[in-house]
Structure formats: structure tokens, C-alpha cells
Design a protein around this ligand. Structure first.
Ligand SMILES: *[C@@H]1O[C@H](CO)[C@@H](O)[C@H](O)[C@H]1NC(C)=O
Ligand SMILES: [Ca+2]
Ligand SMILES: [Ca+2]
Length: 247
């Protein structure tokens, strides 16, 4: 799977001269590509850089002879066991019939050099989405990335689920004057909805002088909880809040 994505990147860099990118695409495509970003970011520093690709190369080259054979590719967990010789040869960028460190260096150079040698999630999505068929509601990539970051900050226990408890805890943090209402300036600090227009956070009521109470913001939580399990998965969160976000 990982390598099928690398293939996408390769075919793009080979057919384009500069850094070609788009700013919006379907949210399901973005969720899909985001998984690949995390897989390619081997050292988990939220940037994909040459060292990440070198580590992938080291891992796939199981007999350490500096050549990745078709058999080695098939054995890598992220790779399709059904890869064909033709797909394999797409990685042979210098055309010498085998895949070596040189090919990875060319790949690294083509993909990363235009963006200063490493790319973050937003740049990665803008770049990879060019060749990915758009699926799902169209969303600005900026909004998607904001939503993803906000989700991660609010997901206190890092289990990729935003529980009702975590959501309410964020309300408590944002309610700086402890009056059980969020005023407009406090809504900006309510992390699950940061960057969302205050009037949309309290969509049932017009923002009053007293602000939003917990029930007002729980409406948003419930609406995005499409399977009604009282917790938000990253997918549910991003699909709903990402669309509300304004950049
Ligand atoms: C949210 O959903 C829960 C469970 O379905 C319900 O108990 C609660 O009243 C709902 N809250 C709001 C504000 O709609
Ligand atoms: Ca990295
Ligand atoms: Ca080669």
C-alpha cells in the first residue's frame, strides 16, 4: 500500500516540472492520503523528509545488498503482494533495471527538494491529491489540516476518539471566567471548534450576550456523531468540523 502511494508521487514528479498542487479535494480522499502520510513519516515528527524514505528503504531491503528485489517488495507489510514487474520497474528511476539507493535519492530529490527538503501534512496532501480521484464532499485542504490538528489537541488520551468527556473538558478549559457560558472570545479558545465562526458553534441560537452553554455546543457534537455512539472518531470529526472551518 505504501508503495502504491509512492508510485502516485513518482508518476506525478516525472510528468511535471515544478511543485504541482491543488488546494481542495474530497474529504474521503484526504482521510485516505493522510494515513499514508503517517506511514511515510517513519520517525513521527509530522514531517516527511529524506531520512524517512531512507528508513523505508532499509526496512524493505531485508538482505541488505543495497538492491530491493521484487520479492523483497512483496514481503513488506505495507506493500501489495500482487505487485507486478511493471509496477516494480516504475521505481527504477535511473533505468538500470534494479532498485537501489540511487533510485531512492532521485525520488527524495524530486518529491522534496521543491519544498525545502521536507514536507508537512498540508504540503503532502496538496501534492498527492493531484493524482488521487476525489471522493467525498469537497473540502479545503487548509480546513482539513486545521480540523486534524484541533482534533489531536482535544484528544487528551491519544486514542483517536474524541469522547464526550474530552469534549466537555475542553469546554471547561475554554470557559475562562467560569460562568458556564462561552462568550465569543472564549469560543475561539474552545479547541474542538477553533477556527469555526462563533455563530455556527451556537447554531440554534443567535449568539446572545451570555454566549453558548454546554447544550448548545453538544448539538454540534451530536450532529457530527453520525453513528450515535457518543464519541467522535477522527473521520467523523474532520468530515463535520472541517467543513465549518473558515480559513
Ligand atoms: C446529544 O445526544 C445524547 C444521546 O443521544 C442526548 O442524551 C443529548 O440530550 C443530546 N444533546 C443535545 C444537546 O442534543
Ligand atoms: Ca518524519
Ligand atoms: Ca535503479
Amino acid at each position: 500500500m505504501r508503495f502504491s502511494l509512492l508510485l502516485v508521487g513518482l508518476s506525478l514528479t516525472l510528468t511535471s516540472s515544478g511543485f504541482v498542487f491543488i488546494t481542495e479535494t474530497g474529504v474521503d480522499s484526504l482521510l485516505h492520503l493522510r494515513k499514508f502520510f503517517y506511514r511515510e513519516d517513519v520517525d513521527d515528527d509530522l514531517r516527511v523528509e529524506p531520512d524517512d524514505y531512507r528508513q523505508i528503504k532499509l526496512r524493505v531491503d531485508t538482505n541488505h545488498d543495497d538492491t530491493i528485489s521484487l520479492e523483497e517488495m512483496k514481503m513488506d507489510p505495507f506493500f501489495k503482494t500482487t505487485i507486478t514487474m511493471e509496477e516494480y520497474l516504475n521505481f527504477d528511476l535511473d533505468g538500470d533495471g534494479s532498485i537501489t539507493t540511487k533510485d531512492f535519492d532521485i525520488k527524495i530529490h524530486d518529491l522534496l527538494s521543491a519544498k525545502g527538503n521536507d514536507i508537512d501534512l498540508k504540503e503532502y496532501l496538496q501534492f498527492m491529491a493531484v493524482n488521487e480521484e476525489s471522493q467525498g464532499e469537497i473540502m479545503q485542504i487548509d480546513s482539513f489540516v486545521y480540523a486534524t490538528k484541533n482534533f489531536q489537541v482535544s484528544d487528551l488520551d491519544d486514542d483517536e476518539i474524541l469522547s464526550e468527556y474530552e469534549y466537555k473538558a475542553e469546554f471547561g478549559v475554554a470557559d475562562a471566567n467560569f460562568n458556564s457560558f462561552l462568550e465569543v472570545n472564549e469560543i475561539d479558545a474552545f479547541r474542538p471548534t477553533r477556527h469555526v465562526d462563533a455563530n455556527k458553534v451556537c447554531s440554534d441560537k443567535k449568539m446572545t450576550s451570555t454566549g453558548c452553554d454546554m447544550n448548545d455546543v453538544m448539538v454540534l457534537f451530536n450532529t457530527s456523531d453520525t453513528n450515535n455512539d457518543m464519541s467522535l472518531s477522527l473521520d467523523e470529526y474532520v468530515k463535520y468540523f472541517g467543513e465549518l472551518m473558515e480559513n
